[in-house]
Design a protein around this ligand. Structure first.
Ligand code: ADP
Length: 462
């Protein structure tokens, strides 16, 4: 397959002398080389975005919606090719990559619709004869830093609301998966976004990140990635009081009560845990099972997990991290029911039981095909276990007793909860976390509001 490999700054496609390779996690094949850009190019991209913003912010919402609709149509038309690129550079199957493409396209479509719904308020004022207007205007140049686990969806989820709001963009995709982003931006160019409205640079994350965070011309940073990197970026943004949307790591509890439909619950655990080979921040990370059914459910989960082959993770480092988590858990008394081994970046489907809060595997995001099971006796204990983490992104509850499920959902500190459901993420719903899983929301009207400032104008009276 031929890949586009250039960066896009101010409406021009650009290469660079220095490049870095993109290697497929599926078979170690060299796919392409992309530009190794740094601070200077980041500055240029910010300048281009800043210049383009002056016009783009004044375009009508209808024009912005039209461009997004055109982009959506082109993504749909090219989604097979895009899915093949995702699969090659990220490692998920083409079928799973097609699901990601539909998910990605749904954000572009949603924000093509949402663009025209941005509105304000007319409000009372305590001074006689005075009225207040609340309007919303685009926040300005947006820097978007995206991760490798959903190379298309994360780009679409950030760019489309920002574009709909009237912002211009500098995008830096992850080093492992820039090819999907480049292809998407080429389609955006074809859709007719004016030069400079969308810019894309690949390269040194530290250098580019520093410029994006420290530049006074960037109004907002939208980041999805690890909590550690999010923390660093937040500190770099402090100097310019930059607004941020932070979608950071999760550590989702998956609580299963004894009354749940065990067959469905086991299938849901596998679907949630093994999605994207376990590399999704909303994946079930800790399977918290009521005591009487814990053995039975563990067996069912292990049986279903055993049907999977070893799955490719993004790189060998990811496997090594998980092996470390398993060693720590075993040393502290956990029991491997299935798998537990890696061959390079390929990880066996793994099920481990007897997990407790003192283990790293309970506290850290696993990011691989490993189901870590612990048990509880009472509802309060389940809630305490679920909340015993710095993260707060997603949680899942399986029970046929809705009263119990609601009580549990009410007490869990996460931005999203699925009750007898794992399909919680959609363009029509707010995605985001509490605690150290970040701030801000993506999706629905919440997503576009992140890229709008509230301005209050008071008129009349004295
Ligand atoms: P992971 O450890 O899973 O790769 P990261 O949070 O490091 O997750 O990566 C998510 C995104 O953050 C990627 O686009 C990566 O290039 C970027 N990134 C990593 N470190 C920095 C940094 N110091 N400054 C800016 N971006 C960074």
């Amino acid at each position: 397959m031929d890949y586009k490999t250039q960066c896009f700054i101010g409406g021009e496609w650009r290469g660079s002398f220095q490049t870095f390779p993109i290697i497929s996690p599926r078979d170690g094949k060299h796919l392409a080389d992309v530009p190794l850009m740094g601070r200077a190019e980041a500055k240029e991209a910010i300048e281009a975005a800043s210049y383009a913003f002056r016009e783009w912010k004044n375009e009508t919402a209808w024009t912005r919606a039209d461009k997004l609709r055109e982009w959506h149509a082109l993504i749909q038309k090219n989604k097979k090719r895009l899915a093949a690129i995702i699969s090659a550079e990220q490692g998920k199957s083409e079928a799973e990559a097609m699901v990601e493409m539909d998910f990605a396209a749904s954000y572009v479509e949603w924000y093509a619709e949402e663009a025209r719904r941005v509105s304000g308020e007319i409000i009372q004022h305590p001074v006689k004869g005075s009225r207040g207007l609340v309007i919303r205007e685009p926040v300005g140049v947006v820097a978007a830093i995206t991760p490798w686990n959903f190379p298309a969806a994360m780009v679409a989820r950030k760019l489309s609301p920002a574009l709909a709001a009237g912002c211009s963009i500098v995008l830096k995709p992850a080093e492992a998966t820039p090819l999907t982003a480049i292809e998407l931006i080429a389609l955006a160019e074809e859709a007719g976004f004016p030069a400079g409205v969308i810019n894309l640079i690949t390269g040194n994350p530290q250098e580019i990140g520093k410029e994006l965070c420290e530049s006074k011309k960037v109004a907002k940073l939208s980041f999805t990635g690890s909590t550690a990197t999010g923390r660093l970026l937040l500190s770099q943004c402090a100097g310019t009081i930059k607004k941020t949307v932070m979608e950071l790591g999760g550590n989702a509890p998956f609580i299963i009560f004894a009354d749940a439909n065990l067959e469905e619950a086991a299938k849901a655990v596998i679907a949630s845990r093994f999605r994207n080979h376990g590399q999704a921040c909303i994946c079930a990370n800790r399977i918290i099972v009521e005591n009487p059914v814990c053995d039975e459910l563990s067996k069912r989960i292990a049986k279903l997990a055993a049907e999977f082959p070893p799955l490719p993770l993004i790189n060998r480092k990811a496997s090594e991290k998980i092996l470390g988590l398993l060693d720590d858990a075993k040393a502290k008394g956990a029991c491997i029911l299935l798998g537990g081994n890696a061959n390079g970046n390929f990880f066996e489907p793994t099920v481990i039981s007897g997990v407790t809060p003192g283990m790293r595997i309970f506290q850290e995001e696993i990011f691989g095909p490993v189901a870590a099971i612990c048990n509880f006796q009472k509802l309060d204990e389940a809630v305490n276990l679920a909340n015993d983490t710095e993260a707060g992104l997603a949680a899942y509850i399986y029970s046929v007793n809705l009263d119990k499920a609601w009580k549990t959902a009410d007490q869990i500190r996460t931005g999203m909860v699925g009750i007898n459901s794992i399909a919680i993420s959609a363009a029509s719903s707010p995605f985001g976390g509490m605690n150290q899983s970040g701030m801000g929301r993506e999706g629905r009207h919440f997503g576009i509001e992140e890229y709008l400032e509230v301005k209050y104008i008071s008129m009349g009276g004295f």
